[in-house]
Structure formats: structure tokens, C-alpha cells
Design a protein around this ligand. Structure first.
Ligand code: ADP
Length: 238
């Protein structure tokens, strides 16, 4: 059985079908790229998986258990965590406090010292343990991104959803970011990543799924997808 199964997921906004019967699955430990031109429905799909938006129809299953109709907090508790395209850290709180919030509300619902330990572990994984007491608002952009990732990791997810987590980094930071995602993947975490930076997709994702106008147009090895005429046409705007 696949770890995560997207089964004819559909989302309509009034007359617009932003996600149109999309099906694919994610195996335990896999790192899968989610590609597609702007407006193709990638973020909406991430919102459906994480429960930020209710599906219009279809099903999403984690370890065979349906997540359809569940709230975002229930889905986080079930083991799915995400980052947001725009960083959503709480600037007036310390790094530790930012991360403890998701440790408390994550898969294991840690409390007290256990929440602190989980938060510290998550900060260590992204290289921010030595800044734990600093104010989140004082962080550089890359460190805000690291903190955002630590918040997702503190929920101790089975599946991590990354929505353009690497966007906006300079070349040095990008290399560091790619290495960090690779480490997380090698630790056994299953990752679905929306990503526009092809260098990162090539480096990290053996397989990709590609969306266009709400539909899935490819589900194949990355190298072959990037040479697929349908994929190239989608990016060029048909
Ligand atoms: P992508 O992430 O691939 O750029 P999105 O998922 O953001 O695409 O958007 C897919 C389509 O759904 C777009 O046409 C977008 O305008 C539309 N859309 C996204 N969110 C909403 C919303 N909350 N209400 C109405 N339309 C939306």
C-alpha cells in the first residue's frame, strides 16, 4: 500500500475547476516533485492534502485511511505537515516558541518538556539549535525558511509537503537548502515538493508529477518528464 494516495481529488472555486480529478500516489520514503506552470493547481492540491481547503470530490488516503472531510489540525495529527509559500512564522516569539506550537499540535501532541525536546530536535535538524532563544523576527530570510521547516518537522510528520520552500534563495543558500531536504529524505521522511527550480528538482526528485490547468498531465521519471512534449508545451503555455 502507498503511504499517501490522491484519488480523483477535485476542487472547484465556483465555475473554475482548480484541481480536476487528480490521482497519484506517494511511496514511503519517496521524494516526489509536483510541477506545473503558474495557476495549474499545485498550491490548491497542497491545500487539499493538508486540509486547508475542503475537497469538492475525490479522496486522499494516508496509510489507507481517508483524510477527506478532516480539518487541517486533524490531518496534521494524522501525520501530514506542510510549509507555506509565504513564510508564516510568528516574528514576536522566539524560535523555540514558534516550533513548540507545532510540537504541541502535531502528530504526537507533545506537552511540557516533551514539546521542548521535540522543538529542539526540529531546530537542530535545520541547523538553528544555537538560535533557539532568539526572536524569530530577527532572522535572515534563509533562516526564516529554516524555521518554517522546523515548525513542520516538529509536528513529526510522515509526509512533508513543501510549497516552493527553495524559492528566493541565493545560489549558496539554494545549495544548502537542497542538501537539507536531501538529509530529511535520507532520514526516511516522505516528501512532496512543489518546486520551480529545475536544478533542485533534478537534484532531489527521481520522479515528478506535472499539473496543467488543474489536470495531471505526467507522472514519470524526472528526466523523461522534462523531455516530455506535453510537459514542455504546458510550460510554454500551449
Ligand atoms: P499554482 O499553485 O499551480 O500556481 P493555484 O493552485 O494557486 O496554482 O491556482 C489554481 C487556480 O485556482 C488558479 O486559476 C487560481 O486563480 C485559482 N484559485 C486558487 N485559489 C483560489 C481561491 N481561493 N478562490 C478562487 N480561485 C482560486
Amino acid at each position: 500500500m502507498s503511504l499517501l494516495t490522491i484519488d480523483k481529488a477535485t476542487k472547484k472555486f465556483g465555475g473554475l475547476t482548480a484541481v480536476d480529478g487528480v490521482s497519484f500516489s506517494l511511496e514511503q520514503g519517496e521524494i516526489l516533485g509536483l510541477l506545473g506552470p503558474n495557476g495549474s493547481g499545485k498550491t490548491t492540491l497542497i491545500n487539499l492534502i493538508s486540509g486547508a481547503l475542503p475537497m469538492t470530490s475525490g479522496d486522499i488516503r494516508l496509510n489507507g485511511v481517508s483524510l477527506a472531510g478532516k480539518r487541517a489540525d486533524q490531518i496534521a495529527h494524522a501525520g501530514v505537515a506542510r510549509t507555506f509559500q509565504l513564510v508564516r512564522i510568528l516574528p514576536s516569539l522566539s524560535l523555540m516558541e514558534n516550533v513548540m506550537i507545532t510540537a504541541v499540535f502535531g502528530a504526537k501532541s507533545h506537552w511540557g518538556q516533551a514539546a521542548k525536546d521535540t522543538a529542539m530536535t526540529a531546530l537542530s535538524r535545520v541547523g538553528l539549535a544555537n538560535r533557539a532563544t532568539a526572536n524569530a523576527g530577527s532572522l535572515t530570510y534563509i533562516d526564516q525558511k529554516r524555521l518554517e521547516l522546523a515548525r513542520a518537522l516538529a509536528a513529526e510528520p510522515e509526509v512533508l509537503l513543501l510549497d516552493e520552500w527553495l524559492a528566493g534563495l541565493n545560489p549558496t543558500e539554494l545549495a544548502q537548502g537542497i542538501a537539507l531536504i536531501r538529509e530529511l529524505s535520507q532520514s526516511g521522511l516522505t516528501i512532496l515538493m512543489v518546486e520551480h527550480i529545475m536544478e533542485a528538482v533534478r537534484a532531489l526528485c527521481p520522479r515528478v508529477v506535472v499539473m496543467n490547468s488543474g489536470s495531471l498531465i505526467a507522472d514519470e521519471a524526472t528526466q523523461s518528464a522534462l523531455n516530455d512534449p506535453r510537459v514542455i508545451a504546458a510550460y510554454l503555455g500551449d
